[in-house]
Design a protein around this ligand. Structure first.
Ligand SMILES: Cc1ncc(COP(=O)(O)O)c(C=O)c1O
Length: 348
């Protein structure tokens, strides 16, 4: 039985177990269904086994040695990956501006953090991708055990992970890729290549772009190292089965015809927006991350205009450009409205 069915199934046994609400005391009634689905390891339903089967199926879908469902975000996936590769005193290369979970993972492992920086793009106010040659130079200089790379960046900049992984293999360095913002990549040829086939560990947030609920995520392993011990160290022993079931359903949706059509439609609509504008420029490797700028207008001014005049809130802004994030739940109506607004700004 799959996870979704397990939590839907009516349990016939009389429970003297956790959780204490027993699916009966729904303190916040708005979440009634959530309480009903919130089971623990009931023998009669065996959700633990269903979880293992769901993860094995996911591993086949992604072509990994293992894929683990995470209910504490990519944060926990990065921590587990680092804890799996690093021992006390091992050197780990981390981007100095990376999400805080990278350095925190290294601190948990007692590893020696060596920071690297990325080239800065003055025209767009963002960081560019690390080049494979730079990775090789860093490895030669520091002899690290591990390198952690963010791909894509927030703004959708994607390094050549395939080439980087070859260098890492040559020098026996573990490669961990933070693909928190790239959970759609394995499901479309019109998006950048996912790091999953190349990296030892790839971490993806389902909640950021793939329609998942906060903070569902995946840890993909394509290494001989097994992250299970590390996951056991940082994870709760009382997982949320409703959340885990949404991960199973999420992956099934992504690989379904409907899910793939949804992704392609999103990309098509964004490309149409791009093609309709003359003075607003776009940048980045990932079309679902709409990074825009306009000559003579700072990113902050563009953001202010979008918010104050058109009630559109962006994700992130710098002096040069503004970033609008989209994902599987971004409706046609929402993108149509964005197109209209950008057409107006285009003519200003
Ligand atoms: C690049 C990057 N990595 C990791 C994370 C952590 O992801 P999560 O919120 O799923 O724990 C984030 C969150 O913003 C992020 O932007």
């Amino acid at each position: 039985m799959n996870l979704v069915s397990v939590i839907k199934k009516k349990n016939k046994t009389t429970l003297f177990t956790t959780p204490s609400h027993s699916g009966n005391l729904c303190i916040l009634h708005k979440f009634y269904q959530w309480y009903r689905a919130d089971i623990s390891e009931i023998d009669a339903l065996n959700p633990e086994e269903a979880l293992l089967i769901a993860e094995q199926k996911a591993s086949k879908i992604y072509g990994t040695k293992s894929t683990k469902f995470l209910t504490n975000g990519s944060t926990s996936g990065i921590h587990a990956a680092i804890l799996t590769c690093c021992r006390q005193g091992d050197k780990i290369l981390i981007w100095d501006n990376a999400h805080r979970c990278h350095k925190n993972g290294a601190k948990l492992a007692g590893a020696e953090i060596i920071e690297y920086n990325l080239p800065y793009n003055e025209d767009w106010g963002i960081f560019e991708a690390i080049k494979p040659a730079e990775v090789e130079a860093l490895i030669k200089k520091h002899s690290p055990k591990v390198i952690v790379i963010t791909s894509p960046s927030y703004e959708g900049i994607v390094p050549n992970i395939n080439a980087i992984s070859k260098i890492c293999k040559k020098y026996n360095v573990y490669l961990i890729v933070d693909e928190a913002h790239g959970a759609l990549y394995p499901f479309s040829d019109n998006l950048p290549q996912s790091a999953i086939p190349y990296a030892d560990f790839t971490v993806q947030s389902l909640h950021k772009t793939a329609g998942g609920i906060n903070p569902t995520a995946l840890l993909h392993t394509n290494s001989d190292l097994d992250p299970l011990n590390a996951l056991n160290m940082i994870n709760t022993t009382s997982p949320s089965y409703p959340m885990l079931a949404t991960i199973e359903a999420n992956i099934n949706y992504l690989k379904s015809k409907k899910g793939k059509q949804n992704i392609e439609f999103l990309i098509k609509q964004i490309n149409e927006i791009k093609n309709s504008l003359k003075n607003i420029e776009f940048y980045g490797d990932d079309p679902t991350k709409i990074l825009i700028k306009k000559e003579g207008m700072s990113g902050y001014r563009l953001s202010e205009l979008l918010f104050e005049k058109f009630y559109i809130e962006d994700e992130r802004t710098n002096n040069k450009s503004t970033l609008l994030l989209t994902g599987l739940g971004t409706s046609k109506a929402k993108l149509d409205r964005l197109k209209k607004v950008l057409l107006k700004i285009d003519k200003m």
